[in-house]
Design a protein around this ligand. Structure first.
Ligand SMILES: C[S@@+](CC[C@H](N)C(=O)[O-])C[C@H]1O[C@@H](n2cnc3c(N)ncnc32)[C@H](O)[C@@H]1O
Length: 214
């Protein structure tokens, strides 16, 4: 891995940072989705980090949630496991694995909620497009995707001029997703989208490469 993702997580320590503000939005959006759930939820988080955007929300939720968090860094994955244990979340599995291939999580799909937070800003434009195009195969009818995209992330691999989150949003629309929300503050670089899949439940396909981090 080329980046120090532990150092990246330290920006969460500053409650005024853009990342902390993004965290609050992601948790809120996820909490709303779980509050509206009327059946058990299958959740998958790609590149889950230490799971802080997901695990406390699951602990507070009334919904029954079976969650698979996929994180490549062993230390961050272990932190997520420890947090899940501490919160008594025995229906959470943290996989130390490559989330860029469906091999590692296709068995946890089709998902009702899929998180792709902190992913698209680390992936070339064709990988972002490939990932969004593949999402319907990983989702149930009516499933939701919570995604983020920074406006000017460090080492940004995009060739898009302007705000790349708008391109991601357009990709979701072109794939047939419905926009539920799109948070784009003027005074911060983070963006958080929630999109609903209105089509048929997909058939997860193992062995499909979605993305690779640059
Ligand atoms: C920008 S951070 C986002 C973490 C978390 N989703 C969040 O928003 O707080 C990106 C994470 O992806 C992880 N990562 C990088 N490549 C990965 C891969 N191929 N599969 C799974 N995780 C990966 C990194 O270790 C890091 O924890």
């Amino acid at each position: 891995m080329s980046r120090d993702w532990h150092a990246w997580h330290e920006k969460y320590d500053d409650p005024t940072s853009s990342l902390s503000r993004r965290l609050a939005v992601v948790r809120s959006e996820l909490g709303s989705l779980l509050a509206a759930a009327d059946a058990p939820v299958r959740l998958v988080s790609l590149c889950a980090g230490d799971g802080r955007d997901t695990l406390p929300v699951l602990a507070d939720a009334q919904a029954e949630v079976d969650a698979v968090l996929v994180e490549l860094d062993p230390g961050l994955a272990e932190q997520a496991r420890a947090t899940a244990d501490a919160l008594g979340l025995d229906r959470v599995e943290v996989r130390t694995a490559d989330a860029g291939t469906t091999d590692t999580f296709a068995d946890a799909c089709p998902a009702d909620v899929l998180l792709a937070c902190g992913v698209f800003g680390n992936v070339r434009d064709d990988g972002v497009a490939a990932t969004v195009a593949a999402l319907p195969s990983l989702l149930t009818h009516g499933a939701h995707v919570v995604w983020t995209r920074g406006r000017q992330v460090p080492h940004d691999p995009t060739e898009v001029d302007g705000d790349p989150s708008l391109v991601v949003r357009d990709l979701f629309a072109a794939t047939g997703f419905e926009q539920v929300s799109f948070v784009r503050p003027d005074d911060a670089g983070f963006r958080v989208g929630v999109h609903r899949w209105p089509g048929a439940t997909g058939t997860p396909r193992p062995g499909h490469r979605l993305f690779s981090f640059v």
